[in-house]
Design a protein around this ligand. Structure first.
Ligand code: FES
Ligand code: FES
Length: 207
């Protein structure tokens, strides 16, 4: 192995996404966002700018928020990833941050929302009792073209209260991981082939 990748060569990688391990073969140039959306069919994350500016493609990578449009899938080899599909404790429940966004009308078109929610989860993990200014600064990494941000800030403040009151649903926790594994099993039962195993690589939408 020379380290030089030939054109059209695919590379094996392993990703643990929402508690489930996937073995994939991907083109080295394929963006992580495209690997998640196209190969794993996790279309909750949205691609807005594709330049690392807007935050709509935010995921949690080894627990830290990251922009999946500015890294390659091969760079995430071996990583643990949480997407918006992986945060709810069960197929019929929402994460407290999702509940708060819903209750406080923290979204309009919803395009920024998956990234906003994941960034908010990280923010509230680091600072469980933020001021409005701290929330404003904390979500400044993510752009919203619709809401004017005030309802999003209301939602994050509400989510902070919910989490402090014990509505815990940390996607990294054992319970959450167990719930995700059960959900993944159900997905596998209903849609065989979507889970662990070789996903068929398809062309990237980006050059
Ligand atoms: S789509 Fe990734 S930051 Fe805008
Ligand atoms: S709700 Fe439309 S971009 Fe934020």
């Amino acid at each position: 192995m020379t380290g030089i990748v030939e054109e059209n060569q695919v590379v094996p990688i392993t990703l643990t996404v929402n508690g489930r391990r996937h073995r994939l073969t991907v083109e080295p140039r394929k963006l992580l966002a495209d690997v998640l959306r196209q190969d794993l069919k996790l279309t909750g994350l949205n691609i807005g700018c594709a330049h690392g500016v807007c935050g709509s493609c935010t995921i949690l990578l080894n627990g830290q928020s990251a922009r999946s449009c500015v890294m390659f899938g091969v760079q995430a080899d071996g990583a643990e990833i949480t997407t918006i599909e992986g945060i709810a404790p069960s197929p019929v429940d929402l994460h407290p941050v999702q509940e708060a966004f819903w209750e406080q009308q923290g979204l309009q078109c919803g395009y920024c929302t998956p990234g906003m929610v994941l960034r908010s989860i990280e923010l509230l993990r680091e600072n469980p009792n933020p001021t409005r200014d701290e929330v404003r600064e904390g979500i400044s990494s993510n752009l919203c073209r619709c809401t004017g941000y005030q309802f999003i800030i209301d939602a994050v403040m509400d989510a902070a209260e919910r989490l402090r009151a014990g509505e815990t649903s940390d996607p990294q926790s054992d319970d959450a991981a167990r719930a995700h594994a059960e959900k993944a099993w159900e997905v596998e039962r209903l849609a065989p082939g979507m889970g662990e195993g070789d996903a068929t690589p398809i062309p990237s939408s980006h050059p």
